[in-house]
Design a protein around this ligand. Structure first.
Ligand code: SF4
Ligand code: MG
Length: 340
């Protein structure tokens, strides 16, 4: 499988009136062609900022990339010429946002917006472009697509608008799509339908997908691997099944324990105590220590590196799992004892 995107030790700072915040503190992740990586974290964990830096749409200033590489098909987007970078980001990578209403042009009918992609980037005639636009609307399962192509974004429901945004992103058949909370504004049933459309097209076109979400419920069925972010860093990466069965970081375990489960109806849900830290004043040592039920003295002093979770401790291939917890092994042992 070929490596599509590799983010290496990416760092982003934000300059604010109150000081400099390290919004992204050395994040690394990779996506292969045809794979889905879910980036999971609470709001403010740096997952969107990382994606914005990758896509070249970071709000800067105040944001600034201060280090790292963003390799797309092996070449660094951060150092290549502006013209080439624009070409790649225009056609080979696309992004889907949470709020379609602000991402789509409110005064242009959706069919015309889609058609414009084909006219501008593929040099199609208006007539051919319009026909392709309707085909694309059918592909994302918009009922009566031909009739609705003349409608404006506000005439569609939230779920239908997200489908149109997916269609916009897919139009040029990019190699990589980054979807930032694509279903967060929708109710649960509609969420599932929109995710299904996205997952189906991703499979059909064998694209890579980076799915950014705070919602563990969204990722189980679609992701191959998961990277969990906390306070601007990755705290755990794992193949999706391993992460669900045997999380190797107390933060991940807290997230999993707070997801409602149908087989545990009525049980009180666990909630991680406290709130995510202020990026201008990150806690010493492990940034999770003030909220961590497993914290020891060393956690207040020493920042844990991203440890490799070895094969002996889990399923999966060696090197596929990491955890930024000094006590990842105890965490897994405790889980195994409970499940034994
Ligand atoms: Fe908790 Fe310590 Fe592990 Fe951080 S390093 S997650 S504080 S046990
Ligand atoms: Mg966000």
């Amino acid at each position: 499988m070929s490596r599509l995107l590799e983010v290496c030790d990416l760092r982003v700072e934000f300059r604010t009136r109150d000081g400099v915040a390290e919004a992204v503190g050395g994040v690394s992740y990779a996506v292969d062609a045809g794979q889905t990586l879910a980036v999971l974290g609470e709001s403010g964990s740096g997952k969107s900022v990382t994606a914005q830096a990758v896509m070249g749409i970071l709000d800067s200033p105040p944001g600034r990339i201060t280090g790292g590489q963003v390799l797309f098909q092996g070449r660094d987007l951060l150092t290549m010429g502006a013209e080439e970078r624009r070409r790649i980001r225009g056609a080979a990578m696309a992004m889907i946002f949470q709020d379609a209403l602000s991402a789509l042009n409110p005064v242009v009918p959706v069919g015309a917006q889609l058609a414009e992609m084909y006219e501008v980037h593929r040099g199609m005639s208006r007539k051919d472009a319009r026909r392709r636009a309707v085909e694309l609307m059918e592909r994302v399962r918009i009922p009566a697509a031909a009739q609705r192509a003349g409608d404006h974004p506000h005439q569609f429901s939230g779920g239908m608008r997200q489908r149109i945004m997916i269609a916009m992103a897919m139009a040029l058949e990019p190699d990589l799509i980054i979807a930032d909370e694509p279903t967060t504004a929708l109710d649960v049933t509609v969420q599932a339908q929109v995710m299904e459309v996205l997952a189906e097209l991703r499979r059909e076109y064998a694209m890579g997908l980076v799915l950014i979400t705070h919602d563990l419920g969204v990722v189980a069925d679609v992701a191959d691997t998961i990277a969990v972010m906390y306070a601007g860093r990755i705290v755990e990466t794992a193949p999706v099944r391993d992460l669900y069965r045997r999380p190797a970081h107390p933060y991940t375990r807290g997230l999993l324990d707070s997801v409602p489960r149908v087989d545990h109806r009525g049980e009180r849900l666990y909630a991680i105590k406290g709130a995510p830290p202020n990026p201008l004043a990150l806690p010493s040592g492990c940034p999770f220590h003030p909220r961590c039920p497993r914290a020891q003295e060393v956690c207040r002093v020493e920042r844990p590196p991203l440890y490799e979770v070895t094969a002996a401790a889990g399923t999966g291939s060696p090197g596929a799992r990491t955890s930024a917890c000094h006590f990842w092994k105890d965490e897994l042992d405790a889980l195994d004892a409970v499940n034994a």
